[in-house]
Design a protein around this ligand. Sequence first.
Ligand SMILES: Nc1ncnc2c1ncn2[C@@H]1O[C@H](COP(=O)(O)OP(=O)(O)OP(=O)(O)O)[C@@H](O)[C@H]1O
Ligand SMILES: [Mg+2]
Length: 320
Amino acid sequence: MKGLAIAANGLRKSYGDKTVLDGVDLAVPEGTIFALLGPNGAGKTTAVKILSTLVSPDPASGEIRVGGHDLAADPQAVRAAIGVTGQFSAVDGLITGEENMLLMADLHHLSRDEGRRAAARLLERFDLVEAAKKPASTYSGGMKRRLDIAMTLVGGPRIIFLDEPTTGLDPRSRHTMWQIIRELVSDGVTVFLTTQYLEEADELADRIAVLNDGRIAAEGTAGELKRLVPGGHVRLRFSDPARHRDALSALADAIGDDEALTVQIPSGGSQRELRSVLDRLDRAGIEADELTVHTPDLDNVFFALTGSAGLPHQSKESVR
Ligand SMILES: Nc1ncnc2c1ncn2[C@@H]1O[C@H](COP(=O)(O)OP(=O)(O)OP(=O)(O)O)[C@@H](O)[C@H]1O
Ligand SMILES: [Mg+2]
């Protein structure tokens, strides 16, 4: 069985009397993508900074291990295992993209040759060869972001923290970034990312945690999270208007659409709930031409968990 790349118990952080993280547990298996979601100010960047040794957690926190190393006891070992791309760019605009890369190679104590090779390989991979000799201040936002991540990879980290890697990127650049992130993971790298984009978490993450009010409001796969909020339904489609009418009158809680000849029955996405819907259809002798299961999307989940009408702490949901 694979180990955990990141394990945190009761992670806490306050600034003055403001509690930012109020007991956060995290467990990220090696070689997976973990997405931390949350509204502005939820504490995502704070969590990334703590896990990457840039900010210290409150002493009341439990044990935090990153890359198998105790964060408090051996921050140097943690630093050697990780790469961090912050929410705000670390690119130096006054020097070229290539010089930025070589600077990182120096920081990682690569030899001159190794540094040049690593820089060339990564500039190529991130499609920055043409721009490599130009000052980074002339780069577009997307190019800067790519350079940022390329710089993070110079030291060959096994665990990468990406704080909002695609904020401000156009759809094409975003898809390129997703592709890069997937490639990293197929090489065995663990990725911890924060994002405002639910679609991004849905696309990339093996597991997603929603941070709200200093705590994890819910955690699970995208599918598990979607099943937490109402809005799921089974939709039946008929070609025969008479059978559509029969179905509608046989199912008390169903909502019909006379034009599309569809019937919607509220239902969560679980096997048990689906079976109960099918049993009801059987008993009523209803046979649809098409049956599809619809789950709410992550937007629904996000608003349900983080809105002003969000769940109070006591009703924290666990879907492990
Ligand atoms: N150095 C600091 N001193 C005081 N307060 C801070 C400090 N850093 C962060 N905070 C506060 O902690 C809270 C969480 O900030 P953080 O940057 O972690 O949020 P975030 O989830 O990353 O937000 P965003 O989505 O806007 O990036 C905010 O209320 C912020 O004002
Ligand atoms: Mg942030």
